[in-house]
Ligand binder design. Structure first.
Ligand code: ADP
Ligand code: MG
Length: 622
């Protein structure tokens, strides 16, 4: 049950606002919610029973905007005023799309090839973000009309391969449409959620999501484990989809009727009618074996067999991409546990059969393939709204726990998903001679740098007796009791000095925040690995600088002036390289200094031995 609030102004009861799930598609967009009574995801439909809103924006002569089915009617007759496939332009510069410029029948501005593209309609310029916001505004309006409540919060889906710029652009479009975008979710993840895959926290599944839409094909291999969705690989073809099936039919009929391309250029109405009739025929053939219709009063027909002949090579292409995706993920067909069908074009029986045959299993097609992404977005929205409590794991640690070590790195003591109660410990040492205290900072999170994680507590272990660097033995122990309370203790083992603190690891973190932290860690995994490598290189370099300096101070007498000079120079160069943030350079300079100083250590050792030997020999000779 949602909360009920009273509107002070009107005195009426106000239902708590719903968070909607939105599939902002290349071809079609739609909205879904979790039904407040039966708690099942449903798409929002207008009275005409249609949930899909074509992602098309039409500008009439006066500049007023129409979105959806009505706009689709102008696709061929007024191509310069009718914007379709705007999703392809999100977060892109002209350079990114110039190879496909002929695809866009409207004007994509090409004068500044580096910056984000703009679209010109009449004498006005629009960004893809603005155009997408018109589609979202239309969806919002419809949802409010159907639900009879304001809609201001949403989860929006994007392809798994969308980069940060494209995700940000999608967020911005939401904001422009007056939506607070709580989460951007990957389409294959949403589709899996709609089928309840990954809702059980104790299972690990490998899922293939085959998504054939209007203009694009995506295959994604996901690994779902403990409620975490990991994208193992994505593949596909950004210019292959149901539209190509339509074109194949149009060409087939043109051949039959001996209609030439040039004729269509002049008779745009005919071109439009051919195109729409072809789509109709295609859809009809998903459930029937023969289609009969008319274009411009002239009879046209198509059998299912003929249609399959026309699209066979296109379907084969998608299967080849599936092979590539599996290879990239390093996974065999046998390891795929579930196959999920997404996108209106998977309604074509030949597509479904080919995919099922390739993966050698029954595919998930119980839900409407063009609705499943929106349905999953609604599931995600519901989890964010806090209505789906079973989803969070309570008997295990949702995030890793650890302490900060040299260079601000996160050293994990209790990994994420550890069973509660649990305990862990590790030994650390001092960095400086005579160091009397040690700061213990406790963090929660999956990122490699503590600054990206959440600090839970901090305390000082003081009173460590003076000893050379590296000699103190500080044991840090983490103990999580059955209530999830974390006790952190630090003890210097040589002296017995001890200090401890109690923290509630989950305190103040909502389920949504936990999930966000996890998602962030997945998204930043690559960059984190790089940063960790850099920090480690820097830490090692600093350590070498310190010990070499110490050696120079104490043993200058053992070295030749030229050696001292070379060493000092190598130290300086290494120190300068530390500012560069260039890991390879730092490692290279570290190696250089190492090569110079290594013989000194050997020499020192030899001297110690020969000293001992000579001492002995002196005594012996007496
Ligand atoms: P997108 O994800 O690209 O926005 P959709 O998933 O809505 O697109 O898929 C749209 C495509 O699905 C269109 O090419 C449309 O013609 C096709 N489609 C819809 N219904 C059927 C059907 N019954 N049979 C075959 N194709 C269909
Ligand atoms: Mg889609």
């Amino acid at each position: 049950m949602g909360k009920i609030a009273i509107n002070i102004a009107t005195g009426s009861l106000q239902q708590q606002e719903m968070i909607v799930g939105i599939d902002l598609g290349t071809t079609n967009s739609l909205v879904a919610i979790i039904h407040p009574e039966d708690r099942k995801p449903v798409v929002l439909k207008e009275h005409d029973g249609n949930a899909l809103v074509p992602s098309i924006v039409y500008f009439d002569r006066s500049g007023s905007i129409t979105v959806g089915d009505e706009a689709k009617n102008y696709l061929v007759t007024e191509p310069q005023n009718t914007i379709f496939s705007v999703k392809r332009l999100m977060g892109k510069s002209y350079n990114d799309v110039k190879e496909r410029s002929s695809f866009f029948t409207y004007k994509v501005i090409d004068d500044n090839t580096e910056s984000l593209v703009k679209i010109q309609v009449g004498d006005k310029f629009y960004s893809p973000v603005e155009l997408s916001s018109y589609i979202l505004t239309e969806l919002k309006k419809r949802a409010e009309h159907i639900l009879k409540t304001p809609v201001t919060r949403a989860v929006i889906t994007v392809p798994a391969y969308f980069n940060d710029a494209q995700r940000q652009a999608t967020r911005d479009a939401g904001k422009l449409a007056g939506l607070d975008v709580l989460r951007i979710v990957n389409e294959p993840t949403a589709a899996s959620l709609a089928y309840g895959l990954g809702m059980r926290t104790d299972e690990t599944k490998t899922v293939a999501v085959y998504d054939l839409g209007g203009g694009t094909f995506d295959i994604s291999i996901l690994r779902i484990s403990n409620g975490i969705f990991e994208v193992l690989s994505t593949n596909g073809d950004t210019y292959l989809g149901g539209d190509d099936f339509d074109h194949a039919i149009v060409k087939h009929w043109m051949d039959q009727k001996k209609i030439r391309e040039e004729e269509l250029m002049i008779h745009k109405d005919l071109a439009q009618e051919l195109r729409l009739t072809a789509e109709q025929a295609k859809k009809h053939l998903s459930n029937n074996s023969n289609y009969e219709g008319a274009v411009a009063g002239d009879k046209v027909s198509l059998s299912k067999k003929e249609f399959e002949g026309l699209i066979q090579s296109l379907v084969d292409k998608t299967i080849q991409r599936c092979k590539n995706a599996l290879a990239d993920a390093n996974i065999s067909i046998k390891e795929i546990d579930e196959v999920v069908m997404v996108g209106g074009s998977t309604r074509v029986p030949l597509v479904k059969e080919s995919v099922s045959k390739f993966f050698n299993r029954k595919v998930h097609d119980e839900l409407n393939p063009d609705e499943v992404v929106a349905l999953g977005a609604a599931v995600q929205a519901d989890i964010l709204a806090g209505n789906n409590k079973d989803f969070l794991l309570l008997d295990i640690t949702p995030l890793s726990l650890g302490i900060e070590t040299m260079g601000g790195l996160m050293d994990v003591l209790v990994p994420r998903n550890s069973k509660i109660p649990s305990k862990a410990g590790r030994q650390y040492t001092t960095q400086k001679d005579g160091q009397s205290g040690m700061r213990i900072s406790v963090y929660q999170g999956e990122r490699d740098l503590v600054k990206d994680n959440r600090r839970l507590a901090e305390f000082n272990l003081s009173g460590i007796p003076a000893m050379p660097a590296g000699l103190a033995k500080v044991e840090v122990a983490f103990l999580i009791n059955a209530d999830g309370i974390l006790n952190v203790r630090a003890k210097e083992l040589r002296s017995g000095v001890e200090q401890s603190i109690e923290v509630k690891p989950q305190y103040g973190l909502t389920d949504a925040e936990v999930e966000k932290m996890l998602m962030d860690s997945i998204r930043h995994a690559n960059e984190d690995i790089k940063i960790r490598a850099l920090v480690e290189a820097k830490t090692e370099a600093q350590l070498l600088i310190d010990t070499t300096r110490k050696f120079l101070d104490k043993n200058a007498g053992l070295l030749l002036p030229a050696e001292i000079e070379a060493t000092t120079k190598a130290i300086d160069e290494l120190r300068t390289s530390l500012d560069s943030d260039n890991k390879d350079m730092i490692n290279q300079k570290t190696e250089t200094l190492n090569e110079i100083s290594r013989p000194y250590a050997e020499r020192l050792m030899d001297m110690a031995i020969s000293k001992a030997m000579s001492g002995k020999s002196i005594r012996d000779s007496i």
